[in-house]
Every structure is written in structure tokens, then in C-alpha cells.
Design a protein around this ligand. Structure first.
Ligand code: BG6
Length: 480
């Protein structure tokens, strides 16, 4: 069977910045199945050759030293282009003819990658269906849909309905690039391929969990989009919810798409729902100073660029263990980390001074950019009586496994081509995530909403966020 990877939105930024470099890297590593073709589709008229040339330039810039002109020439012979308007049903009939001619006889699997503006996701799926392009008699047909998947629960449900008019759920791959990160996948390996962590991964030993995705960059040139999304829609509904699910899920029955996703969804379904009063206590939001001056931001915008939220999970494993999720732009540094903060020992024999949670055991999973894991524990300071100090065992991906970490998209694109949906979000997962975020967003929209704290760029968000943790006798683990 041959494979065709069709990119809608071929002239867009994601295509040149992520998709083509990832496919090129897969080609370099000889992982792209033989007979894989890449077809670009967008409104701009290009010849096959002109599109290849423009991609050669952008790919060289994005893959750096890995770029090799001879390898590229071989890769480029797999690339084709077909111009068409995604809003026009007739363009899909023409595309179907083009693909049939290109592929010739024999079975072919196809991936349709929607790298377009989100408003086209629904119409593109409808047109694919009408043109017979979703029909699987000649091989699998899959559609990959980028985030954002809806802007709230109602729009996500409506989009799922539209997508399902043409594609069955097994054909739909909702992408969240965080699941393509090695360190996120390693979280499952850490938990389920080692005997020592899982027995203590619960309310009996863990005080709380912190999931931080801090970004040093501000909104840059994306303010037009960002101002309508904010940190909840841009990061928390998707990337942080994925990290939450992988951290808190039960072991799946098998490592396969549905057993994994069944367990992930259960986490979100167990998240305690919040009243507006809870939301006032359990969330802190902020906006960095200078955001209002960014081009594309509405005057007086109240969009949050920082949020910290506390969630409870009502199940046997996690009852009483708060999960703190925090994300923001224009923060101190770029870091994504999951902190498992263990309880203090029940009785302390040594160094009986005042104790804080900061001295208790802590497992820090560094998702990026310093990929690794640290276990913090108490050690006796030599020659100082029974004085103790916290030290750590430090595992670092870079040191342990020499070589570059692959880009998240490499793994995900290959999985889509090969038909493994384990690292893609299912319809119910996306809806359950919106179901958690919607009440927070609507409470924040009210006239008497909790305050939007200004914060100075370059720190860990508003001081209200650390005060809020301190009021709960806890501290953020702020480390770059
Ligand atoms: C994207 C968001 O989904 O993720 C961006 O839209 C954000 O605002 C980006 O910067 C972060 O991704 P990463 O992989 O750099 O952490």
C-alpha cells in the first residue's frame, strides 16, 4: 500500500515551519514509508517545482545542519501541488481526480492534514465527504485537525458533529503537539514501566501536583488571534489538560489508542465542577504589562495572558490532592515542568527546626527545554551533626541519550500515516476539557469577575499567584 499526505493550507506558516521539516527529517531517518507522496493544497497557484523550491528554502532554514541538498532532491521528488479554494466544494472533486491520477492503481492510505484557519475545519471535512474522499474502500482515509478544536464546549460539539458527518471517529486525529514530545510520552514509561513510582503515585504519599507551562515570549505578532483566545483557550484547554491526564490517569488495559484514551478521559470526567464562588477562590489570572500596546489587541482588552487554576479530581487515587495548573506568556523563562510534591515524613527524627513543604521529597519532570527528571530528597550534611540538606538525583535526556531530540511533529505525523491514534485526542476528550474550561471562562467574563492582575514581564506571573499559593501553605516550584 502507498501513502499520500495531503496538506490543506499548504502555503501557511505551520506547513513550512513544522510539517515539511518533520516529514523531511522522517525521510532522512528512512522512517517515511516507501511510496509516500506529499500533496500541498491551497489557493495560491504554484507549479510542483515552484512549491518544492520555496519549501527547500524554508526547510533549510528550519532543519539547519540536517539539511542536505542531495537528500532534499530525493525527498522533493515525493512532493506535489494542487491549487484550490478550501471553501469551494468543486475544488475537492478536482482534488479527488488529481489524487486518483497521481496514485494510479492499487490501495493507498491518505492523511488529510487541516493546517488551515480553524473556520475551515468544518467545511473542509464536509467537502471531503461530499467528494468521496473520506470513503475507505481503497484504503484508510484519516483527517488530522489542528488546535483550536472549537472555542468552547458548544462549538467543539458542533465541530465534532460536522466532522462525523463525513468521517467516523476512528478516522479523526485531533492533534496536540504536546503529546508528540518525548518527555510527555516518557511520563507514561516512568509511571507504567517502573515498579517504584506507581505504588506511591496517589493521595497517600502526594501532597499536590504542579503543572507549569511558562513561556518567556510574549504574544509577538500573533496578538490578533491571541486576544480572542487568551491563555485558557490557547494553552490550558489543550496542552495543560493533556499533561494533567497523562500525570493522573490509571494504567490502561493495553497500550493502544482506545484503552489509553479511555483512561485519560476518565481523569477529566472526575475533575470536580466549580461554582462561580469556587472559581473566585481557585483561579488567579493576569495580563502582562505592555500587552495592551501589542498590535492587534483590542483597546482595554481583558484577555488573560497568565492563569493559575486549582483542580480537584474526585476519584480514589486523587481525593484531596490539588492539581495546580499554571501557564503564561512573558514569564521568567521557557519551562514546562510537572512537579509531584510528596508529603512530609510522618515523624522527623533529625533537624527538628521549623519545617516547610519545600523540604519534602519532590519529583520534577522537566518536559522542556531541559528535558529530564530530578528527584529531590534530604541528605545528611557531612561533618555537621545531623544537619540535613536537600539534594537531588538528576536524569538528563541530553547527557544520557546523545543526539538531538526529535521534533514533536515527527512522531505525530508518522503515527497519523501509520494509523496509530494513541497520541491524538478523541472527541469526548476534547469536549471534557472544554467542560472544565467553559465555567472558568464565563465567570471571568462577568462584570463582577475576579481581578485581572497586571504583571511585569520576566517574572513568574502576578504576585497574586504566589500569595495565593502561600495562603494554602504551598509554594510554586519556580526554577528555570
Ligand atoms: C501553541 C500555542 O499551541 O503552543 C502558542 O498556540 C505556544 O501560543 C505554543 O507558544 C507552545 O508550544 P511549545 O512546544 O513551544 O511549548
Amino acid at each position: 500500500m502507498t501513502h499520500t499526505f495531503v496538506i490543506f493550507g499548504a502555503s501557511g506558516d505551520l506547513t513550512s515551519r513544522k510539517l515539511i521539516p518533520a516529514l523531511y527529517n522522517l525521510h532522512v531517518k528512512k522512517r517515511l514509508p516507501a511510496g509516500t507522496r506529499i500533496v500541498g493544497f491551497s489557493r495560491t497557484e504554484f507549479s510542483h517545482e515552484a512549491w518544492r523550491e520555496s519549501l527547500a528554502e524554508s526547510t533549510a532554514a528550519f532543519v539547519g545542519k540536517r539539511f542536505d541538498a542531495a537528500v532534499w532532491a530525493d525527498f522533493a521528488s515525493r512532493i506535489f501541488y494542487h491549487a484550490g479554494d478550501i471553501g469551494d466544494a468543486a475544488a475537492f472533486t478536482a482534488l479527488a481526480e488529481f489524487l486518483n491520477q497521481l496514485e494510479g492503481e492499487g490501495r493507498t492510505s491518505r492523511v488529510y492534514y487541516l493546517s488551515t484557519a480553524p473556520r475551515f475545519y468544518g467545511p473542509a471535512c464536509e467537502h471531503l465527504g461530499t467528494a468521496g474522499l473520506a470513503e475507505e474502500s481503497n484504503g484508510p482515509r484519516r483527517v488530522v485537525i489542528e488546535k483550536p478544536f472549537g472555542t468552547d464546549l458548544a462549538t467543539a460539539r458542533a465541530l465534532n458533529k460536522t466532522v462525523h458527518l463525513s468521517f467516523a471517529e476512528h478516522q479523526v486525529y485531533r492533534i496536540d503537539h504536546y503529546l508528540g514530545k518525548e518527555t510527555v510520552q516518557n511520563l507514561m514509561v516512568l509511571r507504567f514501566a517502573n515498579a517504584i513510582f506507581e505504588p506511591i503515585w496517589n493521595r497517600n504519599f502526594i501532597d499536590h501536583v504542579q503543572i507549569t507551562v511558562a513561556e518567556e515570549v510574549d504574544v509577538g505578532s500573533r496578538a490578533g488571534y491571541y486576544d480572542t483566545a487568551g491563555v485558557m483557550r490557547d494553552m490550558i484547554q489543550n496542552h495543560l489538560m493533556q499533561l494533567l491526564m497523562v500525570t493522573a490517569m490509571e494504567p490502561p488495559a493495553r497500550y493502544a489508542a482506545d484503552p489509553v484514551r479511555d483512561e485519560k478521559v476518565k481523569v477529566l470526567l472526575s475533575v470536580r465542577s466549580k461554582t462561580p464562588e469556587d472559581i473566585a477562590h481557585d483561579t488567579v489570572r493576569g495580563q502582562y504589562e505592555g500587552y495592551l500596546q501589542a498590535k492587534g489587541v483590542a483597546p482595554g482588552s481583558r484577555t488573560a495572558t497568565f492563569a493559575a487554576i486549582k483542580l480537584g479530581i474526585d476519584n480514589w487515587r486523587w481525593q484531596g490532592v490539588p492539581f495546580y495548573l499554571r501557564s503564561g506568556k512573558a514569564m521568567s523563562c521557557r519551562t514546562t515542568q510537572i512537579v509531584i510534591q510528596f508529603r512530609e515524613p510522618p515523624h522527623m527524627l533529625f533537624d527538628k527546626g521549623p519545617r516547610t513543604m519545600a523540604g519534602a521529597n519532590r519529583l520534577v519532570i522537566q518536559v522542556q527545554p531541559a528535558e529530564g527528571i530530578q528527584l529531590h530528597f534530604q541528605t545528611k550534611v557531612p561533618d555537621a551533626g545531623m544537619k540535613m540538606r536537600q539534594t537531588d538525583l538528576d536524569f538528563n535526556y541530553g547527557k544520557e541519550f546523545k543526539g538531538q531530540m526529535p521534533e514533536a511533529y515527527e512522531r505525530l505525523l508518522l503515527d497519523a500515516i501509520e494509523g496509530d491514534a494513541s497520541l491524538f485526542a478523541r472527541a469526548d476528550e476534547v469536549e471534557a476539557a472544554w467542560n472544565i474550561c467553559d465555567p472558568i471562562l464565563s465567570t471571568w467574563d462577568q462584570a463582577d469577575a475576579p481581578p485581572l492582575h497586571p504583571y511585569e514581564p520576566g517574572y513568574w506571573g502576578p504576585t497574586a499567584s504566589s500569595d495565593w499559593m502561600a495562603a494554602q501553605n504551598r509554594n510554586w516550584f519556580d526554577a528555570c
